[in-house]
Design a protein around this ligand. Structure first.
Ligand code: ADP
Ligand code: MG
Length: 552
């Protein structure tokens, strides 16, 4: 086998702003686990002995032959790129050929490796220049085991500068979780002082992995999509969002962005995500969202900081638009969304069996062609407050007031129209702040005598209302235009306790299911409760066989 690890040409070394890669225990774990992933591993075992400043990462990846092992820890040696042109084609996590070399200068480094398909394995200890100090045969399975011992032994102040052990361990856990979100098909097992600490099991998609990391979130609380980007080869957008009526957080700690296999910090893209959730969550709450973009490597420059957590991305506005669109789509209620949630394996199996027997004529095209989007049918009203709505997979209870509020709010956002009133509305006693607030949202208002003001135009939606003066006072109390829109929508929406006819309910449902954010009202309250047919079947134990003996 020919050696594939080579020293990088000097001009490439200058192009890489690497600086100090290894500055903590966490950095060691990150670099070694990334090497394992680059080697195609599907099982990675991380062992930590923090008091001994020792880390070991074992993997079942492609391994290295003896030549590569001898070269692996010399300065700027890598198998992943060979020239400066390759810097624009990076598809691996590593490319600087620095981690192992730095480790030899900061710690004792031992690597055991056996290439996939190779008949023997080797153990090498490196000296502090990254050269081979000792070579031995090693009996190991194909893969690689890297042990870093006595980290920072020669720079005591580096050790002193690091946070307390438990904080470092927390950071290690965090970094492994982040890596797992980006590479969910791998099994991660983590040990601490010879005891098993935690495991992350592989999952077919990141959405299925998230409940392992966020135990309070259930699979049904998430919506996952994987979109190809039209006209951009090899590009895709993978999105998992927490449905806003089911989960949110008190900090923006789950607004996560990854690009090409690595979690990054991108204030611009994080802001795009937060904006897409605007007015769908309660006040001071933040969404759960994981976004993974796959972008052609030449669009990205990873050399913004040594830890590669920041990047320069070409065509940022294009990506922002794609993200907003994808989130908007996921937040909407569409026939496919409803179907997805009810198409449990059981239901699909039932349909399959039915189809194969040929007794039923499932005309799948007819269900798709319901272009009128009336997949919710109003069937009754409960307590003059909830609309009972039926759809192909179960039933929903929709709270009439907030559903209507959502409809009106979006109409107001789309066109905030102020219309003149014939007789001015007279308002009594306004403070200067209230006055300027009303002027700020566009009201035409002027003094009308002692402590009186006349308002000559009002938001269209309030025009027919008897309580217009009261509504204007409410608007004067605060906030920006959006707050005013929420207030007007809330005031104009049908009250709970109002009786509605079936056609009225149907119109509301039709309008509501077409809104951009049907799941929550602008204050973040959930609008509907779903009782899926699959859940009903489970509750009523319809899988029990007793019915069969009675021929039911
Ligand atoms: P980089 O990852 O930037 O290439 P490193 O210093 O981290 O630089 O690793 C140097 C080289 O050693 C890698 O390019 C790779 O060929 C090899 N290597 C490191 N770790 C592993 C591993 N776990 N399995 C297989 N090869 C590895
Ligand atoms: Mg590396």
């Amino acid at each position: 086998m020919v050696s594939t690890i080579q020293a990088l040409p000097t001009e490439v070394v200058y192009l890489i702003t690497a600086g100090e890669v290894i500055d903590s225990l966490v950095a060691v774990v990150r670099e070694l686990v990334e090497n394992s992933l680059d080697a195609g591993a599907t099982r990675i075992v991380v062992s930590l002995w923090p008091q001994l400043w020792r880390v070991r990462v074992a993997d079942n990846g492609c391994g290295m032959n003896l030549d590569d092992l001898q070269q692996a820890a010399t300065a700027h040696s890598t198998s992943k790129i060979h020239s400066s042109a390759d810097l624009w084609k990076i598809s691996s996590l590593g490319f600087r050929g620095e981690a192992l070399h730095s480790l030899t200068t900061l710690a004792n480094l031992e690597v055991l490796s056996r290439p996939l398909g190779g008949s023997e394995g080797w153990r090498i200890n490196y000296n502090s220049e990254g050269e081979v100090a000792e070579v031995d045969f090693a009996a190991i399975a194909p893969g690689t085991v890297v042990t870093v011992n006595n980290l920072f032994a020669n720079c005591e102040n580096r050790r002193q500068g690091l946070p307390a052990t438990n904080q470092q361990l927390k950071a290690v856990q965090g970094v492994i979780q982040q890596i797992a979100l980006c590479h969910p098909h791998v099994n991660y097992q983590v040990w601490q002082n010879d005891k098993e600490w935690f495991t992350i099991c592989p999952a077919p998609t990141v959405g299925k992995l998230i409940p392992q990391i966020l135990p309070q979130v259930r699979q049904d609380d998430l919506h996952e999509v994987n979109l190809k980007i039209p006209n951009l080869e090899n590009s895709s957008l993978h999105l998992v969002i927490g449905l806003p009526d089911r989960c949110h957080r008190h900090r923006p700690d789950w607004v996560k962005v990854a690009i090409n296999g690595r979690m990054i910090k991108s204030p611009e893209l994080e802001q795009t995500i937060l904006s897409a959730f605007y007015k769908t969550l309660p006040r001071d709450r933040y969404p759960v969202c994981f976004l993974h973009l796959t972008i052609s490597p030449e669009q990205i420059n990873w050399n913004r900081n040594p830890a590669k957590t920041e990047i320069y991305l070409n065509e940022l506005p294009f990506w922002q638009e794609q993200i907003t669109e994808a989130i908007n789509k996921s937040l909407r209620i569409s026939e496919t969304n409803i179907k997805e949630s009810v198409h449990t394996t059981r239901v699909s199996n039932l349909i399959k069996v039915a189809e194969s027997k040929g007794e039923y004529n499932f005309n799948s095209s007819s269900s798709q062609s319901s272009e009128n989007e009336n997949y919710l049918k109003a069937i009754a009203q409960l307590s003059n407050t909830y609309i009972v709505a039926e759809h192909s997979g179960g039933m929903w209870l929709v709270e009439q007031h907030i559903a209507h509020e959502r409809v009106l709010y979006e109409q107001l956002c789309d066109s905030w129209q102020l219309v003149p009133v014939e007789t001015p509305i007279i308002i009594y006693q306004l403070s200067p702040t209230q006055l300027s607030q009303l002027q700020r949202i566009g009201l035409d208002i002027e003094p009308f005598g002692d402590k009186l003001w006349a308002v000559r135009n009002i938001p269209m939606m309030l025009k027919q209302r008897e309580d217009a003066a009261e509504a204007i006072l409410e608007l004067s109390w605060g906030g920006d235009l959006q707050t005013a829109q929420v207030a007007v929508a809330c005031r104009s929406a049908i009250r709970n306790g109002t009786k509605m006819s079936l056609p009225e309910m149907q119109t509301l449902l039709d309008n509501w299911q077409r809104t951009r954010n049907p799941r929550t009202c602008p204050h973040g309250r959930p609008i509907y409760l779903s009782l899926e047919e699959s859940a009903l079947a489970r509750f009523f134990r319809r899988n029990w066989v007793i019915g069969k003996s009675h021929g039911i």
